[in-house]
Write a protein of this length. Structure first.
Lengths: 320, 309, 284, 315, 493
């Protein structure tokens, strides 16, 4: 396994109280595998991503274990972690508008990454950058290298970031909603591009999104998060053909489809993570909830091969 | 035309109406004074004929706009008439004093910038820690400090107790130390606050997180990626502070009896030597506008996005 | 008062009370305000009358801060000086805020050439840095308490115009202003109900900080002899008077300096604290 | 017909003294109509001019040219638009920024009632606000709270209550669900539909999400770079898309299904810069079918079937 | 005592408080300019430091028995700094300038008294007065009597900036507000000057001037604050010269103010002021309480004994005059005279102590003078009491009585608008009285003035000059002039 996250808990200290943003998450990722994580806003997706790459703000507290390339990341020295970042693990953020430094050119950014991790000459750096800009289908890589971020469109910037994240051939690429800020047609292009690149590189991907359709399009496996927890995780085929958790099911029914059909909302709203509901966090919105759900927290259990669900009302033997 | 050139020209042209406004106000000053300007400009014992002569000589009998044009064309040549009392031309008095003040301000500014920026970064790197609080408190003390009081204290320490530095006068570098230290400390406080605030702001930006996410070392992230962005508001503050120093030097110059522009203006106010007051104020305000324009232009070099404005 | 505070005001208040800057600054400012208000009752002596025979006494039990050249009790003068400083600064800032909010707010809201003209005038006024504008006014109208107030107010005025204009422009761009138009609000109502309340936080913060700065400017003018006239006790003036006794009688300038410094510090702390509470993110 | 828009144009002109002069052709001559009680969905990618259309129709933005008839009255010509405001309302994408953060809910929702003289006392107003809140699914006890004390979905309900307050005939819904979570989005969509049924309000529903538009609209107009390129009933648009852009968009949409995969690239390139739109058919640089004529001549929106309008030389 | 020996020809650096105004001796209004001018120009006669008259460009003179004709025998071989010879024609040319040029500030020092000036021969000149003036030679000591090169006068040289005199030093450079530097006049008739030059440094801050002599940055500091005297006296390297002046600082009383019509109020004011305390606490002992309207050094001084501190009497007078609670304005300049502003505040306190209400106003000097010089009808109705000083730059009594108390001097220097025919008559008599009869008249004048009290004399400020011990022959003339032209660096003595 490339990455093993075990019983990860991340909380933020705020004026309002402690936000349990990620609560007891366990997952693993093999080489060349893509895990899509879906969840509504505030469910802890970004927090999970940031804790893997070690960029949580100082107000965050991390418990549990993250093993990557046989290193325990939670106790890694900062300097060593820094060398991993950008080299072995990379990340692409959601907002291509703000993720690039406005006062420097794209070339400088990509060159700095190369020189930091590989040393070598400026020329090598730039020629690699150029090559990768070509691979992400940026028209006129040479010109882009000497452009400032504001001179590029959102789609172009996201391509630049993708090139930067793949340039040093990392083992793990985290993409945190890389297409959410883009137009549908551009999103389609980027997803297409990612799909193509996946076949060319050795990396594994964690692909975070709130869009079930996107998750379905890119993920080998899909994990569904709700209120800081993974409530269901399975292969793409399994999860969309046989969703077991009431939340996953509700979600699928709530999404409008171009193919038509009525939507069915999930009642209520996402709970506060300062004072999450007792027991199963979904129980106040769950049509199936009973007393036990309000009291006892369900564990994530494997109910079929590779299909994990955290729900009292689902068991290995069957489902509602 | 490139965006940059367009921006620079635009900035420069935009400064012109401001400068014109400044000159009109300064020009109107003697007309705003209660009473007849010619009478005011005449020595107290002047006879009616003498007052009339002065009126004619200074062109005060001409229509206002014509007077203004004369005033402006002279001002552009650097001529501001004569002191009413000493018979020196105003420029003879003005430029050496201006040079002194400029020297003082530049020195103080240099000092304030270096200390302030370092302090600000130092604090911003560890927000809400003891060292941040120390810097924040110090700079708050600095901006609360009456500059003339600070001057007196420095005199008490360095001139009276330690007898190291002269308490006043001018001429040698020694004479510049205390006044520029006084101004510079206050300047450093302002710059420090601005740097800290803007550095904190910048450090919380996405692109800094991106830089970190790609493993770039702290030195690079802070002193190149962050600082370049953080400098923009600092430069603004620095421009304002420089103006403040030019003007605030009045107090410092008084405390240290430093023969600068501020003192010249204040003394001229006391002596009712209005041509000097006019010229002095015009020169400080013009410098201020020029500096702020320069700052605006500097922006565009620091941050390419601004060129588009 | 039995006014029921709404939860959000309560929350802001609670936040304010927890803020150390506000607490310390508030205590300082309150102390000096009380000092100014109660000066007639707490000052041990008449600040304008002294016994020449007792001139320039160093601090002693009779005169805790010593006496000045005219034998006046410095402690009493420092206490009364609080009143002068507070009057000058608050009145001038108040005038500037009212005028600045109206002019800046309307200018931003009306826009067009009026806004352009106002902006230009403000730019011109702001080209006279700091104390220079006050000097300019002093040169024209001469020294004196009222004139200092006018001078300082005139200096503060364009700043408030600019701040108000800026935040009104920002607020104007906010969708809720358009939303207000969409439900049919009138212009006056939009200005009063939407723009103004949402522009006040930076004004309040800046007014506090400007009060601090105005105390300094007024004291500076007095220090130069262009400010408040004796025998009205004023700190800057007291320090200016003391320059002759710089070495021989430092108590004459040290105490008013400390008072001035602490008062200004108090307002600055308060301003910083208010900024933390009212404008999180925005630092001046 | 409740609303008729004819040849609406909105150009934003910026620049000026030593600044690059720029003309943004945000909306460049579009016509459509909305019937009473009907929902017209307006889809398009970002920058295509959807919001501009919505706001111009309400005259929150002054149109550059064109005619807007609402209920027979010429919206662009009336002297005082304020009485008309009672009948046309808007709901924004971001409910938070569309509410005065310093007003309580009672005021936010109650102001339209006061402005249009629908209530005579404060008590009456509060009572009506309470009823409105309950109608949109909020507790009436929230009357005296501030907007920031609500979740995104709740805020959008408040915004809807505000729009409902003056009992309008027509509401522009500018991406009212884009900022919301899927589960909440479904709630709002359901609410909007039931309100329409109940009160016969017509909607102009603006969205970039084809699936959402499909869910709520009766008819759909597809915008591209300031133009309507295709307009038809929902069934037609989704069942029989004719314009290559509409087709491309539909192919870009991802559905959560077990055998989903990354879409084949249908639409290359990016939406054009409205400051500098392509000649001829604005879509031609991205169009798989484009030929010379497309680059030169602008296609007109023509009715190709009953109620199905397309602007394409190739159709 | 062994005669001091010159050690070195160095530049003498003098720190003074303000820049000079002009280098034209006939037009000079201020003391600092005179300090400089004195080195460049010479008159026929001059004062020594005891106000005795000594010959300079005139070697000797004769006065006719009727006191109207003065014959001066001029020094031979004197050349102006532009090479023009000094002779009787030159003297006449200077007086002609005074006669003809009405704009010269100082012409009235001499012109009103002179009938004509006659050249007798090349080195003899005769001045004929309209009426005898006992102190005419004193008047000639004023810079108005200094001799400017006739060539320069004729050619219309800008004498304000380009002085041409006969004195031991000539102008090298005048850098406004910074310094004025003089260099030796190699052709000086009295031999090569003993200094390599004189540099007057403009150092406005009192403390700074003191520091500069202490640190050696200057050799002489003028107008040293009195408060530093004690400390500086401890310094073995310095001479601290506490000098007397002939300046009297008055509280002027506007005789036309309705509030000051009652003589008893003015007398009460005078009695309420503790002059000794002011001298001790404000002047720090540098100065003397005023005894009369003129200084003790002047001819014609008479002590009436009326200026004393008597609180009880003052209160009683106020009561008699029914002036309890009377509101009076008290105006003062600041920094014009030693202790002016401080004294005014102290005086305000004293006057409040006898039940008057005082409204103090501090003026800046320019507007103060402008206000005070206004005609009575234009004068501010608020003018009651005002602090003002006067030192007769001619160094004699006429220079006080004539401008300050003669009715004719309204509205010039008679700032109190005092008009008393009796006093007018006595002043005129005193002016033309023979020397030994002067006091007869001035005594009466002083008796009247100290009873009427249009100007209440307060104090006679001293002046403090601090200079290096090795400077010799630096003189202070009580007309508030520091005379540097004879100074040299020497040891011993
Ligand atoms: N720096 C922080 N300090 C305090 N709370 C935080 C911080 N960052 C995130 N949170 C809280 O942690 C929870 C999880 O946030 P996170 O950003 O991980 O969610 P997400 O699933 O990525 O949401 P989104 O879809 O909106 O990006 C949220 O309740 C959020 O408010
Ligand atoms: N006030 C304005 N001034 C100048 N240009 C504007 C203005 N408002 C909008 N635009 C431009 O007009 C074009 C259309 O904008 P509009 O907001 O109508 O698009 P939209 O379809 O609603 O996009 P989105 O999906 O991003 O909301 C865009 O290019 C936008 O940048
Ligand atoms: Mg996230
Ligand atoms: Mg929009």
């Amino acid at each position: 396994m490339l990455l093993e996250v075990h019983d990860l808990r991340v909380s933020y200290h705020t004026d309002e109280g402690t936000v349990k943003a990620v609560d007891s998450v366990t997952l693993s990722l093999g080489r060349r595998e893509t895990l899509a994580i879906v969840g509504e806003s505030g469910s802890g997706k970004s927090t999970l991503a940031l804790s893997i790459i070690g960029l949580l703000p100082k107000t965050a507290r991390v418990d549990g274990s993250i093993r990557f390339l046989n290193k325990e990341l939670t106790s890694l020295r900062e300097e060593e972690f820094r060398r991993l970042r950008g080299d072995r693990i990379t990340i692409v953020f959601q907002e291509p508008m703000t993720a690039l430094n406005p006062v420097f050119t794209i070339g400088k950014f990509m060159r700095d990454i190369y020189l930091t991790h590989r040393g070598g000459t400026e020329k090598d750096a730039l020629s690699l950058a150029r090559e990768w800009l070509g691979k992400v289908k940026v028209p006129g890589p040479e010109k882009v290298l000497s452009s400032y971020p504001h001179e590029l469109s959102g789609g172009m910037r996201q391509r630049v970031l993708i090139a930067s994240s793949l340039m040093l051939e990392p083992d793990l690429v985290i993409m945190d909603e890389p297409t959410s800020a883009l137009d549908v047609s551009v999103q389609a292009q980027i997803l297409r591009l990612i799909a193509e690149l996946k076949s060319q590189v050795e990396a594994s991907f964690i692909f975070i999104t709130h869009n079930l359709g996107v998750a379905a399009a890119v993920g080998d496996r899909v994990a569904v998060m709700y209120a800081g927890k993974i409530v269901e995780m399975a292969s793409k085929e399994e999860i969309f053909s046989n969703p077991m958790h009431p939340y996953t099911q509700g979600l699928l029914r709530a999404v409008p489809k171009v193919s038509g059909g009525e939507v069915e909302p999930i009642p209520g709203s996402v709970p506060s993570l300062v004072n999450p509901p007792s027991g199963c966090r979904f129980h106040p919105r769950c049509p199936l909830a009973d007393e036990r759900c309000a009291e006892e927290e369900p564990a994530l259990m494997e109910v079929g091969s590779g299909h994990w669900v955290a729900c009292h009302r689902v068991s290995g033997s069957g489902r509602w | 035309m490139s965006d940059l050139a367009r921006y620079v020209i635009r900035r420069i042209i935009l400064a012109i109406p401001t400068l014109l406004g400044v000159s009109v106000i300064v020009f109107l000053m003697i007309h705003m004074l209660p009473g007849d300007p010619a009478q005011l400009l005449a020595p107290p014992e002047a006879t009616i004929q003498e007052v009339e002569m002065i009126r004619r000589r200074l062109g005060l009998d001409k229509p206002l706009w014509e007077q203004y044009l004369i005033f402006m064309s002279n001002a552009l040549k650097g001529e501001f008439g004569k002191s009413l009392f000493t018979g020196h031309t105003v420029s003879e008095l003005l430029w050496p004093a201006y040079l002194n003040t400029l020297t003082l301000s530049v020195l103080a500014m240099g000092f304030g910038l270096v200390i302030g920026v370092l302090m600000g970064i130092y604090a911003a790197l560890r927000p809400n820690t003891v060292r941040d609080q120390a810097v924040t408190s110090l700079s708050l003390l600095g901006i609360s400090m009456p500059v003339f009081w600070l001057g007196l204290i420095l005199i008490e320490i360095f001139s009276v107790w330690l007898r190291l530095l002269p308490s006043g006068g001018s001429g040698t570098f020694k004479h510049l130390i205390l006044p520029s230290l006084t101004l510079g400390l206050v300047g450093a406080a302002y710059v420090g606050r601005a740097t800290r605030a803007s550095m904190l702001e910048v450090l919380s930006q996405e692109y800094i997180r991106t830089a970190r996410a790609y493993g770039l070392p702290d030195r690079l992230v802070i002193y190149v990626y962050a600082l370049r962005n953080a400098l923009i508001p600092v430069v603004t503050v620095a421009g304002l502070i420089f103006g403040y120093m030019m003007a605030g030097a009045v107090l410092t110059e008084t405390v240290f009896s430093f023969p600068g522009l501020g003192r010249l203006i204040v003394n001229a106010i006391f002596a009712r030597d209005y041509p000097i007051v006019q010229a002095g104020i015009l020169v400080v305000a013009t410098t201020f506008v020029v500096i702020n324009t320069a700052v605006d232009i500097l922006y565009a070099f620091i941050n390419p996005r601004i060129r588009l404005r | 008062m039995l006014v029921e505070l709404d939860p959000s005001t309560k929350k802001t208040l609670r936040k304010a009370l927890r803020n150390r800057n506000i607490r310390v600054g508030g205590i300082i400012v309150a102390t000096f305000v009380l000092m100014g208000l109660l000066a007639p009752f707490i000052a041990p002596y008449d600040p304008t009358k002294g016994n020449l025979r007792d001139s320039l006494l160093p601090p002693c039990s009779k005169y805790p801060f010593g006496t000045d050249f005219a034998g006046r009790d410095i402690l009493s003068r420092v206490i009364w000086g609080a009143r002068t400083s507070l009057i000058v600064s608050t009145v001038s800032v108040f005038i500037a805020v009212i005028a600045g909010v109206l002019v800046g707010g309307l200018s931003a809201y009306v826009g067009g050439w009026i806004d352009e003209v106002v902006t230009r005038i403000v730019d011109v006024m702001l080209s006279f840095p700091d104390i220079l504008l006050a000097l300019f006014v002093a040169a024209i109208v001469g020294p004196g308490l009222e004139n200092v107030i006018v001078a300082v107010a005139l200096y503060n005025f364009p700043q408030f115009v600019r701040i108000m204009r800026g935040s009104a422009l920002q607020a104007k761009e906010m969708e809720f202003v358009e939303a207000a138009r969409a439900i049919g609000e009138s212009n006056a109502s939009i200005f009063a109900r939407y723009l103004l309340p949402n522009s006040l936080a930076p004004i309040v913060v800046h007014a506090t900080l400007r009060t601090a700065a105005s105390i300094l400017t007024a004291a500076g003018l007095s220090f130069l002899g262009l400010g408040v006239q004796p025998p009205i006790p004023e700190w800057g003036q007291m320090m200016s008077d003391a320059r002759t006794y710089l070495v021989t009688a430092p108590h004459v300038w040290i105490f008013p300096g400390i008072a001035l410094f602490i008062t200004v510090l108090g307002f600055n702390l308060l301003g910083d604290g208010l900024n933390d509470v009212l404008n999180p993110k925005m630092e001046v | 017909m409740l609303l008729v828009v004819e040849d609406l144009v909105k150009h934003y002109i910026s620049g000026g003294f030593l600044r690059k002069k720029e003309v943004v052709r945000a909306v460049d001559g579009i016509s459509f109509s909305v019937n009473a009680g009907e929902t017209l969905g307006l889809v398009g990618e970002s920058g295509s001019g959807k919001t501009t259309v919505g706001k111009t129709v309400l005259r929150l933005i002054e149109p550059t040219s064109g005619r807007i008839l609402f209920d027979g009255r010429d919206v662009t010509a009336v002297k005082d638009i304020r009485p008309l405001r009672k009948e046309m309302q808007i709901v924004y994408q971001d409910p938070m920024s569309s509410m005065n953060p310093r007003m309580r809910i009672a005021d936010i929702v109650g102001r339209p009632l006061q402005i249009h003289g629908m209530v005579s006392s404060r008590r009456e107003r509060d009572e009506m606000v309470r009823r409105l809140l309950e109608r949109v699914g909020l507790s009436g006890d929230h009357l005296y709270r501030y907007p920031h004390e609500f979740s995104g979905g709740q805020r959008q309900r408040i915004a809807i209550a505000r729009a409902l307050a003056p009992e309008p005939k027509f509401i522009v819904l500018d991406e009212p669900t884009s900022a919301l979570d899927v589960s909440v989005q479904a709630q709002i969509l359901k609410l909007l539909k039931s309100l329409q049924e109940e009160r016969g309000i017509a909607y102009l529903f603006i969205s970039h999400d084809l699936a959402v538009v499909r869910n709520i609209s009766h008819r759909v107009a597809v915008m591209y770079a300031g133009k309507i390129v295709e307009m038809a009933s929902v069934e037609e648009i989704f069942g029989n898309p004719m314009h290559p852009y509409t087709k491309g968009l539909l192919a870009s949409v991802l559905e959560p299904s077990p055998n989903a995969k990354a879409p084949d690239e249908i639409l290359p390139g990016e939406p054009p810069d409205p400051r500098n739109p392509p000649s001829g058919c604005r879509f031609h640089p991205r169009c798989p079918l484009a030929d010379e004529r497309c680059a030169e001549e602008e296609p007109a929106l023509m009715e190709v079937g009953s109620g199905h309008w397309v602007a394409c030389h190739k159709v | 005592a062994p005669k001091p020996t010159p050690v070195e020809r160095k530049v003498l650096k003098v720190a003074m408080g303000t820049d000079i105004v002009t280098l034209d001796p006939h037009d000079v209004p201020d003391n600092p300019s005179i300090y400089v001018i004195d080195n460049i120009y010479e008159g026929l006669v001059e004062y020594d430091d005891k106000l005795n008259i000594k010959p300079v460009l005139a070697e000797r003179w004769e006065i006719s028995p009727d006191g109207k004709v003065y014959t001066f025998y001029l020094r031979k071989g004197v050349k102006f700094q532009d090479g023009t010879p000094f002779n009787a024609e030159a003297v006449k040319a200077n007086f002609d300038r005074l006669f003809n040029n009405k704009e010269l500030a100082n012409r009235n020092r001499l012109v009103p008294f002179i009938d004509k000036v006659e050249v007798v021969d090349e080195y003899t000149v005769r001045i004929i007065l309209k009426e005898p003036v006992a102190t005419f030679l004193n008047l000639l000591c004023h810079p108005a009597g200094m001799m400017i090169s006739p060539k320069a006068i004729k050619e219309g040289v800008d004498l304000k900036h380009n002085p041409v005199g006969t004195g031991p030093y000539k102008l090298k450079e005048w850098k406004p507000n910074t310094y004025i530097e003089l260099e030796p006049n190699p052709n000086y008739w009295g031999g090569t000057p003993k200094l390599a030059g004189i540099k007057f440094l403009v150092v406005p801050e009192d403390e700074a001037r003191v520091q500069m002599v202490e640190s050696g940055d200057a050799d002489v500091a003028i107008r040293v604050p009195a408060i530093d005297v004690q400390r500086l006296k401890q310094n073995p390297d310095l001479n601290v010269n506490v000098t007397r002046t002939i300046r009297i600082v008055y509280i002027g009383a506007n005789m036309r103010s309705p509030r000051l019509q009652d003589k008893r109020v003015r007398q009460a004011i005078s009695l309420a002021i503790d002059r000794d305390a002011i001298v001790e606490k404000i002047l720090h002992g540098v100065g003397r309480p005023a005894k009369s309207v003129i200084a003790e050094e002047l001819i014609g001084f008479y002590d009436t004994g009326k200026l004393k501190y008597d609180l009880e009497k003052a209160k009683q007078l106020i009561k008699e005059a029914g002036a309890e609670g009377l509101e009076l304005n008290l105006w003062t300049p600041k920094g014009r005279y030693p202790g002016d502003y401080e004294a005014a505040q102290a005086i305000a306190q004293y006057l409040e102590a006898i039940g008057l209400k005082i409204k103090l106003r501090v003026w800046e000097w320019g507007s103060y003078v402008a206000e005070l010089l206004k005609k009575p009808e234009d004068a501010s109705p608020e003018r009651d009491l005002f602090l003002i000083g006067w030192a007769p730059s001619t160094g004699e009594y006429i220079g006080v009585f004539r401008p300050l108390f003669l009715s004719e001097s309204i509205p010039k220097f008679n700032l109190w608008f005092y008009s008393n025919p009796k006093v007018d008559e006595l002043i005129k008599k005193a002016e033309h009285a023979p020397r030994d009869k002067i006091v007869d008249y001035t005594k009466q004048i002083q008796e009247i003035l100290l009873d009427d009290l249009p100007a209440i004399p307060i104090y006679n400020p001293g002046d403090v000059v601090v200079y290096k011990k090795d400077i010799k022959s630096l003189y202070y003339i009580p007309t508030e002039v520091i005379l540097t032209k004879y100074a040299y660096f020497g040891s011993g003595g």
